[in-house]
Design a protein around this ligand. Structure first.
Ligand code: UDX
Length: 436
């Protein structure tokens, strides 16, 4: 099937490459010439496992092209909208200017019967508004939210947990559902659930899923606060909770909390939209989820200050991690970098290291020290803070080796990812987040 993908950032680039790998003929359109040039060369403009391979094979088969001209989207059966919906500069709501611009640009190129499938995360009600514009051109709008995680984007796009497609009722909507079933036929045949809904429900599924995941993380981090006060161990508590099949073990990782380009801004936008709909009380807990999350960053800084007996000024602190999570070079709203910045604000000599995110981190916070060499970061450090649970720190760093490099054997485990007993046995003062 011929398809276009409008917006080739994280979501769009991966979607375009994944669709081409299924045999579809795909044109990815983006206004950013540099990004289009990189993608056309077969290079991912950001760090994402497996994406380079998909881009290369898409290029080799001729099924995947990228360009800056929206008119190149003309003639496609399905147009996926994959532009960003950042947080507004001065408020919690989503900024829809890129979605609106993409639809405006696409409208003149739509043919009757075309399907426009929205993938961006939008406030509920957006699709109904856009549907009218698309309908005026004889085309149909569907909402097909994307649930991919950075670092797992290719896997999540090709084998999602479920596929959701929302449309208006009626023949045109049914036809759009049939077209999208065809797009995702391989996944559906492999047994992945396909749910057809109305437009508003499809939009809400994404917001609700993000809200639930953020709540689960903040729940365990709230329990970590209690565990700290009660001298209990959050890692053991989470393990025991996770065995309850009604709860499940995933997203119970305690530590400095969630960040990135999605969860923080999406839950704020979700709450803002609920308030617009007159349902402020229904999402009051999301403000608490946000507050718990931000408190964990304060707590990590406090643990470092305590471990250094309050003497932080001028001390050298090795910060292991900058990305908001492993397998990513993304530093948007990164809890790791936030902790580093706060320690620097207290006058510490902070050296940040990360296997993938140093360049992005330096561009955002040039006041911090950086090295891509982990051992260089550790050399002479008075304290070590692990803030992104890369394997390089979690598995590959032995406490004995680290101990041979540092000046003070003090480690704060902001992700509860180290073997506390092994570090203590090697003579380290180990402090976890909610661990004894
Ligand atoms: C998230 C959603 O998972 C995805 O479905 C949605 O489409 C976009 O937002 P992403 O931001 O890529 O994806 O990352 P995710 O793996 O969900 O992690 C988000 C943040 O939560 C990270 O900072 C991570 O470190 C943190 N996290 C995750 C925890 O603190 N504990 C956990 O147990 C899991």
């Amino acid at each position: 099937m011929r398809m276009s993908v409008i917006g080739c950032g994280y979501l769009g680039a991966v979607h375009a490459a994944a669709m081409a790998s299924l045999g579809h003929e795909v044109i990815g359109v983006d206004v950013d010439e540099g990004r289009v040039a990189a993608l056309s060369r077969g290079q991912a403009p950001f760090f994402e496992p497996q994406l380079d391979d998909l881009l290369a094979s898409g290029r080799a088969t001729g099924r995947l092209r990228f360009g800056t001209r929206i008119e190149d989207a003309a003639g496609a059966t399905v147009h996926f909208l994959a532009v960003g919906t950042p947080q507004q500069p001065h408020g919690p709501a989503a900024d829809l200017r890129f979605v609106d611009a993409a639809v405006d640009a696409l409208l003149p190129h739509l043919r009757p019967g075309d399907v426009v499938a929205g993938k961006s995360t939008v406030p509920v009600g957006t699709a109904a508004r856009l549907a009218g514009l698309v309908h005026d051109r004889g085309a149909t709008l569907a909402w097909n939210p994307e649930f991919l995680r950075e670092g797992w984007a290719v896997h999540d796009t090709l084998t999602p947990d479920r596929i959701v497609v929302g449309t208006d009722s009626g023949a045109a909507g049914e036809r759009a559902v049939a077209v999208l079933r065809d797009v995702y036929r391989a996944a559906i045949e492999a047994g992945i659930p396909f749910l057809a809904t109305d437009l508003a429900t499809a939009e809400l599924v994404k917001g609700a899923a993000n809200a639930f995941l953020a709540t689960k993380i903040s729940f365990i981090n709230a329990m970590a606060e209690i565990a700290e006060a009660a001298d209990a161990d959050i890692a053991l508590l989470a393990e025991a909770l996770g065995h309850d099949t009604r709860i499940g073990p995933r997203y119970l990782g305690s530590g400095i909390g969630f960040g990135g380009g999605c969860l923080p801004k999406d839950i704020r936008a979700f709450a803002a939209r609920a308030e617009e709909l007159g349902r402020r009380e229904a999402v009051g807990f999301l403000h608490e989820v946000d507050a718990i999350n931000l408190r964990r960053r304060d707590r990590a800084v406090q643990l470092v200050v305590d471990a250094l007996a309050g003497r932080v000024f001028g001390r050298r602190i090795a910060v292991l991690g900058a990305a908001f999570k492993p397998f990513s070079d993304d530093v948007r709203d990164s809890p790791a970098l936030d902790v580093a910045v706060r320690l620097r604000g207290l006058g510490a000599d902070v050296v940040v290291t990360d296997p993938a995110a140093i360049d992005n981190a330096r561009a955002l916070h040039p006041q911090l020290g950086y090295t891509s060499d982990r051992d260089e970061a550790l050399r002479g450090a008075d304290a070590v803070v692990v803030v992104t649970e890369w394997d390089e720190y979690r598995r590959a760093l032995s406490p004995a080796h680290a101990g041979s490099l540092v000046r003070g054997r003090v480690v704060v485990d902001g992700r509860n990812c180290l073997d506390a007993a092994a570090w203590r046995a090697a003579g380290w003062t180990y402090r976890g987040m909610g661990r004894r």
